[in-house]
Design a protein around this ligand. Structure first.
Ligand SMILES: [Zn+2]
Ligand SMILES: [Zn+2]
Length: 458
């Protein structure tokens, strides 16, 4: 019966790769070379320049080097210790309450908002499939804890995720296809903490035809957060890979109990219920919702939204954007805060940004714009300011002479000020108070009332 199940060993960096265990052939020379070199010269930096390395390997070497700088020769011992240490049972409570275990000294992150980067991809899955698998794996844990996971692109991240084959400079070489699929580093005080490495020799898949990336990622992320293996066979943290339909996947109570010992349960009011957008805009077919230093990125064909740091995309943009709109005709997005605005030309911040809003024709009494939306059919842009709105003619490049007008007169049904707005398929989506209205400019009426956070789907 077990033949029906694909059972493969999953490994954590913590526990699977004993330094003296008989190791597979692939990459062993490199590993030995590294270790020998380290013993001889106590210096990993030189070995970097002597070995041709792929991007991911260089990255790890950099990390090890940085660790070496801060910990001296402890580096290798640290990693070595991580491979052989024993696990500890939860120390409070009745010992047989759960099957979950922790790493020695029960390391955990001492913050709740974690960041991750996807360093590279693999040959079997599209970028999008990998992104979604990782995002979904994060959600497994963020659903049951107060933890949040934000993807960053060029910042330093807490959790670096990469694919590597054979020896890849962390003294834990992979073994080619099968057996060991991935490993992860528990949260500690070093730079490789939390990182997840997938064996690039596996046939990664989003289904059952190979090794399902989501399932392995969710398991490894458990290690990144501080969970060791569980003895309970139906736990995600059990050490053996067993295929489950990703859509039917459910975290076992044992996993939930384990992770909640470390981080507690998720508070009832989740981030989605408290969300309040500062601004919204379409962007080349996607929709962005700005909130503080983040924006939520809604991609139509993608069922999950991403929450991204604004500065990770555009380092020169401020946080707390107050209004934004897309002018498709010029492939521009205009972002407003206070008396200034920035222009994104394509995906880049244009060189003449920021500019003064008064150049658009606002009177000096306007100190900030609450929301902006461009209507493709009429080439007009509406700026919501307090209880009024201003109408700007994009073709004439000037404010309409009858501006400003009362919002409540031309947008019947919208009683509070509009604080974010965007257009999609001829409808305006207006965020006002704690509600979202779909408004037809043609019919001049609200056509439906939507859940405030309907677009971010969390
Ligand atoms: Zn594991
Ligand atoms: Zn590794």
């Amino acid at each position: 019966m077990t033949r029906l199940l694909l059972l493969l060993l999953l490994s954590a960096a913590c526990c699977s790769m004993m330094p003296d265990a008989s190791q597979p052939q692939g990459g062993q020379d490199d590993a030995e070379y590294e270790e020998g070199y380290l013993k001889k010269h106590n210096n990993l930096e030189t070995s970097v320049s002597q070995q041709p390395m792929e991007k991911s390997s260089t990255l790890i070497t950099e990390k090890i080097h940085q660790m070496q700088k801060s910990f001296g020769l402890q580096v290798k011992e640290n990693l070595g210790a991580a491979t052989s240490e024993t696990t500890s049972r939860p120390q409070c409570g009745v010992p047989d309450v759960g099957d979950y275990t922790f790493f020695q000294n029960r390391p955990k992150w001492n913050k709740q908002d974690l960041t991750y980067r996807i360093i590279n991809y693999n040959r079997y899955l599209t970028f999008e499939e990998v992104d979604i698998a990782i995002q979904k794996a994060c959600k497994v844990w963020s659903d049951v804890t107060p933890l949040t996971f934000t993807r960053v692109f060029n910042d330093v991240a807490d959790i670096d995720i990469l694919f590597a084959r054979g020896a890849h400079n962390d003294f834990q070489p992979f073994d080619g296809p099968g057996k060991y699929l991935a490993h992860a580093f528990p949260p500690r005080n070093d730079i490789i903490s939390g990182d997840i490495h997938f064996d690039d020799d596996e046939m990664w898949t989003s289904g059952n035809n190979g090794v399902n990336l989501f399932l392995v990622a969710a398991h490894e992320l458990g290690h990144s957060l501080g969970l060791h293996h569980s003895d309970y066979v139906h736990a995600l943290m059990h050490s053996q890979y067993k295929f489950i339909e990703p859509d039917e996947f459910q975290l076992s109570q044992d996993d939930i109990d384990g992770i909640q010992v470390l981080y507690g349960a998720r508070k009832k009011k989740d981030t989605c219920r408290n969300v309040k957008f500062d601004a919204a805009t379409t962007f080349r077919g996607e929709t962005f919702f700005f909130e503080g230093e983040y924006f939520w990125r809604h991609i139509p064909q993608n069922t999950k939204v991403q929450r991204v740091l604004i500065r990770a995309f555009w380092p020169s943009l401020p946080s707390n954007i107050q209004a934004a709109y897309e002018y498709q005709r010029k492939d521009q997005v205009l972002l407003f805060r206070g008396k200034t605005y920035w222009i994104l030309s394509g995906a880049k911040v244009s060189k003449d940004s920021p500019k003064s809003i008064y150049k658009l024709g606002f009177s000096k009494s306007v100190k900030m714009i609450d929301a902006a939306v461009h209507i493709v059919a009429t080439k007009k842009t509406y700026f919501f300011v307090g209880s009024q709105y201003w109408s700007y003619d994009e073709l004439e490049q000037r404010m309409d002479t009858d501006s400003p007008k009362q919002t409540s007169e031309d947008f019947p049904g919208i009683r509070k000020k509009v604080h974010a707005a965007f257009e999609s398929n001829g409808l305006l989506y207006l965020f006002s108070g704690n509600r979202q209205y779909a408004f037809s400019p043609k019919m001049k009426r609200v056509t439906s009332l939507l859940e405030y956070s309907s677009w971010i789907n969390c």
